[in-house]
Write a protein that binds this ligand. Structure first.
Ligand SMILES: Cc1cc2nc3c(=O)[nH]c(=O)nc-3n(C[C@H](O)[C@H](O)[C@H](O)COP(=O)(O)O)c2cc1C
Ligand SMILES: Nc1ncnc2c1ncn2[C@@H]1O[C@H](COP(=O)(O)OP(=O)(O)OP(=O)(O)O)[C@@H](O)[C@H]1O
Length: 140
Protein backbone atom coordinates (compact mmCIF):
# COMPACT_ATOMS: atom_id res chain seq x y z
CA UNK A 1 0.00 0.00 0.00
CA UNK A 2 1.70 3.18 -1.24
CA UNK A 3 0.74 6.18 0.93
CA UNK A 4 0.78 9.74 -0.41
CA UNK A 5 0.61 12.88 1.74
CA UNK A 6 -0.66 16.20 0.35
CA UNK A 7 -0.79 19.42 2.36
CA UNK A 8 -2.30 22.88 2.17
CA UNK A 9 -4.64 25.47 3.60
CA UNK A 10 -7.67 24.80 1.35
CA UNK A 11 -9.46 28.02 2.25
CA UNK A 12 -12.41 28.32 -0.21
CA UNK A 13 -12.14 25.17 -2.31
CA UNK A 14 -11.68 25.46 -6.08
CA UNK A 15 -10.79 23.20 -9.07
CA UNK A 16 -7.04 23.79 -8.57
CA UNK A 17 -7.31 22.05 -5.19
CA UNK A 18 -9.17 19.14 -6.75
CA UNK A 19 -6.52 18.83 -9.48
CA UNK A 20 -3.71 18.86 -6.90
CA UNK A 21 -5.41 16.14 -4.84
CA UNK A 22 -6.32 13.99 -7.87
CA UNK A 23 -2.77 14.17 -9.23
CA UNK A 24 -1.38 13.39 -5.76
CA UNK A 25 -3.62 10.34 -5.43
CA UNK A 26 -2.31 9.01 -8.78
CA UNK A 27 1.14 8.64 -7.18
CA UNK A 28 -0.04 5.95 -4.78
CA UNK A 29 -2.94 3.92 -3.40
CA UNK A 30 -4.01 5.95 -0.40
CA UNK A 31 -4.16 9.76 -0.11
CA UNK A 32 -3.69 11.45 3.26
CA UNK A 33 -4.20 15.20 3.50
CA UNK A 34 -2.75 17.41 6.22
CA UNK A 35 -4.75 20.63 6.50
CA UNK A 36 -2.84 23.63 7.86
CA UNK A 37 -3.90 25.00 11.24
CA UNK A 38 -5.18 28.60 11.28
CA UNK A 39 -2.31 29.70 13.54
CA UNK A 40 0.28 28.31 11.12
CA UNK A 41 -0.94 30.27 8.09
CA UNK A 42 1.44 33.21 8.44
CA UNK A 43 2.77 33.48 4.88
CA UNK A 44 -0.49 35.02 3.61
CA UNK A 45 -3.63 36.52 5.16
CA UNK A 46 -5.27 34.31 7.82
CA UNK A 47 -7.87 31.91 6.36
CA UNK A 48 -11.50 33.07 6.08
CA UNK A 49 -12.88 29.58 6.77
CA UNK A 50 -12.07 28.07 10.20
CA UNK A 51 -9.77 25.04 10.24
CA UNK A 52 -12.47 22.49 11.25
CA UNK A 53 -14.65 23.56 8.34
CA UNK A 54 -11.70 23.49 5.90
CA UNK A 55 -10.90 19.98 7.15
CA UNK A 56 -14.52 18.75 6.76
CA UNK A 57 -14.66 19.92 3.13
CA UNK A 58 -11.29 18.39 2.19
CA UNK A 59 -12.27 15.11 3.86
CA UNK A 60 -15.39 14.91 1.66
CA UNK A 61 -13.48 15.12 -1.64
CA UNK A 62 -13.39 11.95 -3.76
CA UNK A 63 -9.62 11.42 -4.03
CA UNK A 64 -9.12 11.87 -0.26
CA UNK A 65 -8.89 8.73 1.87
CA UNK A 66 -7.84 10.38 5.15
CA UNK A 67 -7.68 14.01 6.19
CA UNK A 68 -6.50 15.56 9.45
CA UNK A 69 -5.46 18.90 10.83
CA UNK A 70 -1.74 19.38 11.08
CA UNK A 71 -0.06 20.09 14.39
CA UNK A 72 0.85 23.49 15.76
CA UNK A 73 4.46 22.56 16.50
CA UNK A 74 6.79 20.24 14.58
CA UNK A 75 5.27 19.66 11.13
CA UNK A 76 7.27 16.42 10.85
CA UNK A 77 5.30 14.77 13.70
CA UNK A 78 2.29 13.88 11.49
CA UNK A 79 4.71 12.68 8.80
CA UNK A 80 6.33 10.31 11.33
CA UNK A 81 2.86 8.97 12.22
CA UNK A 82 1.60 8.53 8.66
CA UNK A 83 4.98 7.33 7.31
CA UNK A 84 4.19 8.19 3.65
CA UNK A 85 6.01 6.90 0.57
CA UNK A 86 5.49 10.24 -1.20
CA UNK A 87 4.87 13.84 -0.11
CA UNK A 88 3.48 16.09 -2.82
CA UNK A 89 4.01 19.83 -3.03
CA UNK A 90 1.61 22.02 -4.98
CA UNK A 91 2.87 24.30 -7.75
CA UNK A 92 2.94 27.39 -5.50
CA UNK A 93 3.83 25.89 -2.13
CA UNK A 94 6.78 27.78 -0.66
CA UNK A 95 8.71 24.66 0.42
CA UNK A 96 11.60 23.86 -1.95
CA UNK A 97 11.77 20.18 -2.98
CA UNK A 98 15.46 19.82 -2.12
CA UNK A 99 15.11 21.51 1.27
CA UNK A 100 12.21 19.23 2.16
CA UNK A 101 14.16 16.14 0.97
CA UNK A 102 17.12 17.18 3.13
CA UNK A 103 14.90 17.81 6.17
CA UNK A 104 13.28 14.39 5.77
CA UNK A 105 16.64 12.66 5.41
CA UNK A 106 18.02 14.43 8.48
CA UNK A 107 15.12 13.00 10.50
CA UNK A 108 15.42 9.49 9.06
CA UNK A 109 12.14 9.80 7.15
CA UNK A 110 11.98 7.87 3.90
CA UNK A 111 9.35 9.80 1.88
CA UNK A 112 10.07 10.91 -1.68
CA UNK A 113 9.03 14.44 -2.67
CA UNK A 114 7.09 15.23 -5.86
CA UNK A 115 5.93 18.59 -7.22
CA UNK A 116 2.46 18.68 -8.82
CA UNK A 117 1.80 21.04 -11.74
CA UNK A 118 -0.65 23.89 -12.05
CA UNK A 119 -4.30 23.65 -13.08
CA UNK A 120 -5.05 26.54 -15.41
CA UNK A 121 -8.56 27.81 -15.12
CA UNK A 122 -10.50 30.87 -14.07
CA UNK A 123 -10.64 31.43 -10.32
CA UNK A 124 -8.41 28.44 -9.49
CA UNK A 125 -6.90 30.32 -6.54
CA UNK A 126 -8.36 31.10 -3.09
CA UNK A 127 -6.89 34.61 -3.02
CA UNK A 128 -8.27 35.33 -6.52
CA UNK A 129 -11.73 34.27 -5.35
CA UNK A 130 -11.49 36.61 -2.36
CA UNK A 131 -10.29 39.42 -4.67
CA UNK A 132 -13.19 38.83 -7.06
CA UNK A 133 -15.74 38.89 -4.21
CA UNK A 134 -14.35 42.16 -2.88
CA UNK A 135 -14.39 43.73 -6.37
CA UNK A 136 -17.88 42.54 -7.27
CA UNK A 137 -19.48 43.48 -3.98
CA UNK A 138 -17.73 46.84 -3.73
CA UNK A 139 -18.95 47.73 -7.23
CA UNK A 140 -22.65 47.32 -6.26
C1 LIG B 1 5.49 17.96 4.80
C2 LIG B 1 4.58 19.02 5.30
C3 LIG B 1 3.95 18.86 6.52
C4 LIG B 1 3.11 19.86 7.01
N1 LIG B 1 2.54 19.70 8.23
C5 LIG B 1 1.81 20.71 8.75
C6 LIG B 1 1.27 20.61 10.07
O1 LIG B 1 1.47 19.65 10.80
N2 LIG B 1 0.55 21.67 10.53
C7 LIG B 1 0.29 22.78 9.78
O2 LIG B 1 -0.38 23.67 10.26
N3 LIG B 1 0.82 22.90 8.55
C8 LIG B 1 1.55 21.89 8.01
N4 LIG B 1 2.08 22.02 6.76
C9 LIG B 1 1.93 23.29 6.04
C10 LIG B 1 0.61 23.51 5.33
O3 LIG B 1 -0.20 22.40 5.18
C11 LIG B 1 0.80 24.22 4.01
O4 LIG B 1 1.59 23.48 3.17
C12 LIG B 1 1.46 25.55 4.18
O5 LIG B 1 0.69 26.28 5.08
C13 LIG B 1 1.48 26.24 2.82
O6 LIG B 1 0.15 26.40 2.53
P1 LIG B 1 -0.47 26.81 1.17
O7 LIG B 1 0.21 26.09 0.06
O8 LIG B 1 -1.85 26.34 1.38
O9 LIG B 1 -0.31 28.28 1.08
C14 LIG B 1 2.89 21.03 6.24
C15 LIG B 1 3.52 21.18 5.01
C16 LIG B 1 4.35 20.18 4.52
C17 LIG B 1 5.01 20.37 3.19
N1 LIG C 1 -4.57 26.24 -9.64
C1 LIG C 1 -3.95 25.26 -8.96
N2 LIG C 1 -3.39 24.24 -9.63
C2 LIG C 1 -2.76 23.24 -8.98
N3 LIG C 1 -2.61 23.19 -7.64
C3 LIG C 1 -3.13 24.18 -6.90
C4 LIG C 1 -3.85 25.27 -7.53
N4 LIG C 1 -4.25 26.11 -6.55
C5 LIG C 1 -3.82 25.58 -5.38
N5 LIG C 1 -3.16 24.43 -5.59
C6 LIG C 1 -2.50 23.60 -4.58
O1 LIG C 1 -3.43 23.21 -3.58
C7 LIG C 1 -2.80 23.18 -2.29
C8 LIG C 1 -3.53 24.06 -1.32
O2 LIG C 1 -3.48 25.37 -1.87
P1 LIG C 1 -3.85 26.68 -1.07
O3 LIG C 1 -4.74 26.33 0.04
O4 LIG C 1 -2.63 27.47 -0.79
O5 LIG C 1 -4.76 27.43 -2.16
P2 LIG C 1 -4.39 28.60 -3.14
O6 LIG C 1 -5.57 28.76 -4.02
O7 LIG C 1 -3.06 28.37 -3.79
O8 LIG C 1 -4.32 29.81 -2.13
P3 LIG C 1 -3.80 31.30 -2.42
O9 LIG C 1 -4.46 31.73 -3.69
O10 LIG C 1 -4.28 32.03 -1.21
O11 LIG C 1 -2.31 31.20 -2.51
C9 LIG C 1 -1.35 23.68 -2.52
O12 LIG C 1 -0.53 22.56 -2.62
C10 LIG C 1 -1.45 24.42 -3.83
O13 LIG C 1 -0.23 24.45 -4.55
Amino acid sequence: MRRVVATGTFDLLHPGHLFYLEESKKLGDELWVIVARDVNVRHKPRPIIPQEQRLAMVRALKPVDHARLGVEGDIFDPIREIDPDVITLGFNQFFKEDDLRAALKERGLRAEVARIGRYEGPLASSSQIVGRILEERAAR
